[in-house]
Design a protein around this ligand. Sequence first.
Ligand SMILES: *[C@@H]1O[C@H](CO)[C@@H](O)[C@H](O)[C@H]1NC(C)=O
Ligand SMILES: *[C@@H]1O[C@H](CO)[C@@H](O)[C@H](O)[C@H]1NC(C)=O
Length: 635
Amino acid sequence: MSTYTSASKSFLGQFRAITSRMPTQLRTDLHVVDKESFPYIYEQNATIALKSSDGHVRCNVFRPKTSDQGQRVPVLVTYGPYGKDAPYKDFYKKSYDELNPEHKSEHAAWETPDPGFWTKQGYAVVRADERGIGQSRGFLDTMSRGTSEAFFEVVEWCAEQPWSSGKVGLLGISYYAGSQWRVAARRPKGLAAIVPWEGMSDYYRDRCRHGGILSNNFIDFWWNRQVVSNQYGRPRDEAIVTNANTGGEGPKRPQTSPETIEGNLSPEERAKNRQDQTVDNRENRFRDDEYYASKEYDMGDIEVPLLSVANWGGILLHLRGNIEGFNHAGSQQKWLRIITGRHDLPFYYKEEVEIQKSFLDAFLKGEDHAGWTQGKVPLVDMVLRKGDVGFNNADAEKAYPRRIEHEWPIARTQWTKWYLTPQKGLTPDVKVAEAASQKRCKVSYEALGTLQDPKFVQFVTEPFEKETEITGHVVFHATVSVTALPKGATPSDIDLFVTLRHISPEGKEVFYTGTAGDPVPLTKGWLRVSLRKVNTSHPKHRPYLPWRDYTSKDVQPVINGELYEVEVEVWPTNVVLEPGAKLVLEVASGDTQGCGIFQHNDKTDRAPSKFEGMNHICFGPSTLNYLLLPIIPPK
Ligand SMILES: *[C@@H]1O[C@H](CO)[C@@H](O)[C@H](O)[C@H]1NC(C)=O
Ligand SMILES: *[C@@H]1O[C@H](CO)[C@@H](O)[C@H](O)[C@H]1NC(C)=O
């Protein structure tokens, strides 16, 4: 991308200008090696001076005692914003209480591999504070090019340590997964395998702007409670302020996390030392804005063996990225594993840890018992969501079967169109849909719905006659329009929020476990209609995945009363519908049930002056609306 270089240069310039305000007396006397107190060697505050930018990265090292007796060990490293010294039990006690006890060592930390467990398996664990966070001085700019350059240096540092075998693996959840794609694309020396466990890979499409619509609520929650609360130089006791609608639950910087060793900085200094994601994502709307452009990387540059672990319930943040990451990584050896459950717990389940260890042993230690390196492990291994087992119930979810596949999407997929009717039906029979759409008409709902006051229409299938599996990508094809309200302003855009729901044969909606244990529907998808332009010549464009560039040049007008044909990308999903079950397609003008904390309710992004009005799905003899579904026939 042509803007890439200039963008990163100006970011660097901005950074250089501000670094002089940081304290310069770097303390290097704090690195302590404790060989006695724990079953492993514990090194605190090792300092890595950065070459790629101003600042340093501090990390804690946990390594097997044998690594002091001449045995060189492979390294698992995480680099992120939640504080290397923040104990899991204090960061989010509610989650910690439910953790597999085998992973609750003294130094367990949120979403990272447990040092107690992994040192016993012969691995060193290195946990670094990201640049600008905790004890690492520098410019805080999460998920940026600059911070991944620093991570790159940390990976190489791990490979070069005297106790290191030179082989480094990346293993972690969420942030500690999303960061893996970007650094792996830079190919640091020593990097030998990655396991992005529920990790989004596309900053714009997966995280910040869903179909172009700002996903503000989660970012506000995450940034204020878990990230900026940990900024280098921030007093621990400073109040955490967030506008996010949180319900009060969730992780945050604990009182037990230490103060910055070099001392605190004023709020003004700290403000200059960071890029604020809540502000940046509101102000930057397009992928050619410098802000987003500077975060781009090419997934095809990833070469290391990778095990991408996706969660069917991660429908608002990570799921898409794990699947796209698997599809497009340049690695010769890559696997996709799909699970269910919450985002914090399954990573530590015994059976999941066995997979992690089997994979890492193969590529970091050369101990390949499962045959990863010999093509013996099937490419795709996934849970099938069959039946109603409830949500947030790990034991009940054990009833779900698993199945292996040899490619993604599944080659035997029967891509099937299910047509909407003006009577709010959903049918695979095109003749029925055509007959029902003889006269031009529309199905309407009000714009600017919110989770608290949702505005939507639902299209429902007849009960399925036989068991039917849906697995893969989904597209919603529709003709839409907007008209002004009586005496209202003239609208100039439409936000489409699409949800797929599953109704059991008993007539009750089946909910699945969402990211935070909340009930979620099958899947969701989004589109801002002014950003409807699809780039069909892009190499990543597929009939089942309309590819959008989302640049400022892609913006197209939306005129009061005119009809627009759009293709909405709906995130991949899986369900096995039993005979008698129904499927519901919901089209809304804002968030509806199941979005949890990931609300799209920023008043600037969804300004009433642009969006207010009635939204319509339009029908007519030549205007068929349909859902493209991946139906999987039995093997
Ligand atoms: C290392 O840094 C932590 C903060 O990260 C601090 O609490 C601790 O005292 C330091 N350790 C030593 C040995 O100075
Ligand atoms: C589509 O994507 C390709 C590849 O990135 C790009 O070269 C081309 O300019 C894009 N087409 C349009 C019409 O934007």
